[in-house]
Each structure stands twice: as C-alpha cells, then as structure tokens.
Design a protein around this ligand. Structure first.
Ligand code: PGA
Length: 245
C-alpha cells in the first residue's frame, strides 16, 4: 500500500485522479471501477477537468459501480444508478451504455448479484476507485465480510444507514439491503485507488493500514493486494504513525 497525504481533499482528489489515469493509460482495455458517496467527489471533479480541458478521452471505457440499494427504483434520485449517472457518467463523458450498476430493482436480487459478479470478472483488468466507511467497510462489505466474498445481497449496518441518511428525508427511508461487490471482487482489480477525507475516517484509515488484517475492518484486506494507492487529506491521515505520511 502506498499512502499519499495531501493538504486538502481537493489536493488528494487531484493526486488520485492522476493515479487513476496513469493506471488506465497503462491498461488500455481496463474498465473503470467506480464508487459512490462523498469520498470520491474531489477525484471525479479532477478527472472531469482533465476530460473537459485536456482532452482526456474515456469514451471507450467500460465502468462498473461497486453497489446498489435493493428495492429502490433506478430513477429514484438517490439510487446508485442515478448517482453514478450524475456524478460519473455525465462529468467524465462516459457512454451510458458502457456504465454498469447492479440491478437492485430485480425481482431476484440473488440472481442479479451473481450475474453482476460474472460480468465484472469477465471484463478483465479494472482500475477500482473506492472510499472507506467510518466502520472500515469497502463497498457495502460491512464488518464480518469474508476476504473472498463475491457480489451478493448484503444487509446494511445501522451505522451505515445512519451515515447515508444525509441523502434521504429520514433514516427510515434508507434501504436496509444492497447488492455489493464482494471483497474478493474488489481485490481482483489490477489497481485500487482508495480515497478518503475528514476526521470521521481517521480511525478506519489507521486500522486498515496499520492494524491486523481482519474481518472486523474489511478495508484491512486491501493490504494483501499488490497495487493499492491511498490518497488522504490531513484529517483522515491524522491517526497514522508519522512515517506513513
Ligand atoms: P462516503 O462513504 O464517501 O460517503 O463517506 C464512503 C463509504 O461508505 O464507503
């Protein structure tokens, strides 16, 4: 794991965007694995600037989202279908037909999860962008998730639903379940770019990078991957020992 600490979330986003582009250039057929949430916003803003101002062209790239809520119509503004379209597909000028999100509205979510796993794995190389939850989750792989877990139906913890309630009128409206790529699915990417900012993430970041590899902190399993780059602002890096930042 290579950790870079920047003075601000925007700076971290700019560095992370450069890392994503470098990895994509190195693998012209690689898919872009995308995350939703607040963490990658500065990264997408930087990438969008490079696409808009410097002629970076991502139109041939396939993209795969990490997860989707179950039981939410895809046109709900907080479905990850809608969030990915708004935050990623539009700003990065991806072709909508190449951007994939698990089908959380499927009649059979278990089968939809299995089909998504197969599609992600079949594509080949992938440069995966991820955030980290305050509880150490990656994607919706909550504590307890196995290192070799695959795309599946998961139940969200109360903590995660509370954290995501900021996007809804109340916590009761936050779905209880999701389809999420597994930890094993994420680890199959060729390059993983993790981005975090803010003091609420400091404990999870320190546990993931310096603590034991454990199902208690799903992000700790990233340490066994050969190419993980972590981009932090000072607040999210504040609990790391001095030498790692
Ligand atoms: P956030 O979520 O980026 O909205 O903080 C990150 C995560 O829970 O993985």
């Amino acid at each position: 794991v290579i950790v870079s600490t920047a003075s601000s979330p925007d700076q971290a986003g700019a560095l992370a965007a450069t890392a994503v582009l470098e990895a994509l250039v190195a693998e012209p057929r690689a898919a872009l694995g995308v995350a939703t949430g607040g963490s990658p916003q500065p990264l997408y803003a930087s990438l969008a600037r490079l696409v808009g101002d410097e002629g970076v062209d991502l139109r041939s790239r396939t993209a795969y989202a990490l997860d989707e809520y179950i039981g939410m119509p895809p046109d709900h503004p907080e479905s990850y279908h809608a969030v990915v379209a708004r935050d990623v597909t539009g700003p990065l000028r991806l072709r909508p037909e190449l951007v994939h999100v698990p089908n959380g509205a499927a009649e059979d979510p278990v089968a939809a999860a299995a089909a998504y796993e197969e599609a992600v794995r079949a594509h080949g190389p992938r440069v995966q962008v991820i955030g980290i939850g305050a509880n150490g989750h990656i994607g919706f792989n909550e504590p307890g998730s196995a290192r070799d877990s695959v795309t599946r139906v998961v139940e969200l913890t109360a903590e995660t639903r509370a954290a995501n309630s900021r996007f809804f009128a109340s916590v009761d409206e936050v779905p209880t379940h999701a389809i999420s790529q597994g930890i094993g699915t994420i680890l199959a990417a060729s390059t993983i770019v993790l981005i975090a900012h803010g003091a609420t993430k400091a404990e999870a970041v320190a546990a993931a990078i310096t603590g034991p590899e454990t199902t208690d902190v799903p992000a700790s399993f990233l340490r066994s991957h050969p190419d993980v780059r972590v981009f932090l602002d000072e607040a999210s890096a504040s609990l790391l020992p001095q030498h790692t930042h």
